[in-house]
Design a protein around this ligand. Structure first.
Ligand code: GDP
Ligand code: MN
Length: 338
């Protein structure tokens, strides 16, 4: 797919003519949604847009995961939005809940401190369960076993533009492992000791860190300190086997043992981002510039020719990419230096 490499060649503005051909080349890919039953109507909003913008012609399956059983209403109204197969999975309690070996007194004290500091979701145990599950478990769920790529979809997000090519095939054909649309700085209160744990890991397992990785996205001083940049993980197109790799699995276990998912409030966004930037080559991280996307309170709106090509409906002047709180400049700068 040469058009992503050069600026002169542009992706198609109409969907592939063979999209109804059952033998059309497809990736082993799936939409993954972590949600509660109460998220139903916020989720149908997102799902309808994904179907209308892309999946009505692409026909990828959906997998929904929950720590409680999905009810029949949830199943009925999600399945009825798509011609694709929907599967509904229950999360193993031991993969979701706070492990026994976490010191509950210390975890409680940390939550109370965060309430005082008014840290968003600082009080919440379920939110921490969710962050830990997304960081280390979702890609091992049995319903995802036969898939290689995923696109994470959350409730109440917006997809602004028609997608006339298959992003999963871009991932596969170009050996990408992680795709994003928005990047930004993390709140330091949620991750005070995360980088120390990361540095321990790098020291212990240098063999997992390839040459040409994306460290420059994470650190402005060669790895000494974390600049708090991360890809916003409510949108992700990723390679499931990358998370299943020995490097990332060891990395997750190392972080999990440090306890920061509960003693602090480590998010899956910095954990995934650090994993992707350390264990992949920087070229394997892809900025999906032509996918218009909003998760409150930020949006990525495609600029220039891409806006009309995708028949986007977002305000072109409302684009987070170059705002001061965005890290996308650091992503772009990684490719300039050599
Ligand atoms: P935010 O984007 O950081 O504000 O967090 P969200 O509330 O959007 O949660 C992130 C994702 O996890 C969404 O897809 C939610 O539906 C899902 N989620 C959050 N908490 C829970 C939970 O306790 N149970 C389940 N099953 N899903 C959750
Ligand atoms: Mn969200």
């Amino acid at each position: 797919t040469p058009w992503l490499e050069g600026s002169m060649v542009v992706p198609p503005s109409s969907i592939p003519k063979n999209h109804t051909d059952p033998n059309r080349r497809k990736a082993k890919a799936v939409f993954v949604v972590l949600a509660r039953n109460s998220d139903l109507w916020a989720l149908t909003d997102s799902m309808k847009q994904m179907e209308d913008r892309f999946n009505h012609w692409a026909g990828y399956d959906w997998v929904f995961l929950n720590d409680e059983p999905f009810d029949d209403v949830f199943k009925k109204f999600t399945q009825s939005l798509t011609n694709s197969k929907c599967s509904y999975g229950l999360i193993e309690p031991h993969e979701w809940h706070q492990p026994d070996w976490i010191d509950e007194e210390r975890a409680t004290a940390a939550r109370e401190e965060m309430i005082r500091k008014k840290v968003i979701y600082g009080h919440s145990v379920p939110y921490r369960n969710m962050c830990r599950y997304n960081s280390g478990f979702f890609f091992r769920h049995p319903l995802l076993a036969d898939y290689e790529y995923y696109w994470r979809v959350e409730p109440s997000v917006k997809f602004f533009c028609d997608i006339a090519y298959d992003p999963f095939l871009v991932m596969q054909d170009q050996g990408k492992v992680y795709g994003f649309t928005i990047s930004l700085f993390e709140y330091i209160e949620t991750i005070p000791s995360l980088w120390d744990s990361v540095k321990d890991f790098i020291k212990k397992y240098p063999e997992y860190i390839p040459e040409g990785n994306g460290m420059k996205f994470l650190s402005d001083d060669g790895g000494e300190t974390y600049n708090r940049c991360h890809f916003w993980s409510n949108f992700e197109i990723g390679d499931l086997n990358f998370w299943r790799s020995e490097a990332y699995m060891k990395f997750f276990e190392h972080l999990d043992e440090a306890g920061g998912f509960y003693y602090e409030r480590w998010g899956d966004a910095p954990v995934h981002s650090i994993g992707a930037a350390l264990f992949a080559k920087k070229e394997q991280i892809h900025f999906f510039e032509d996918i218009g996307y909003r998760h409150e309170p930020f949006q990525h709106c495609p600029q220039g020719e891409a806006h009309s090509r995708g028949k986007c409906w977002c305000d072109v002047s409302n684009n987070f990419d170059w705002e001061w709180y965005s890290c996308t400049n650091k992503y772009v700068d990684m490719f300039k230096d050599e």
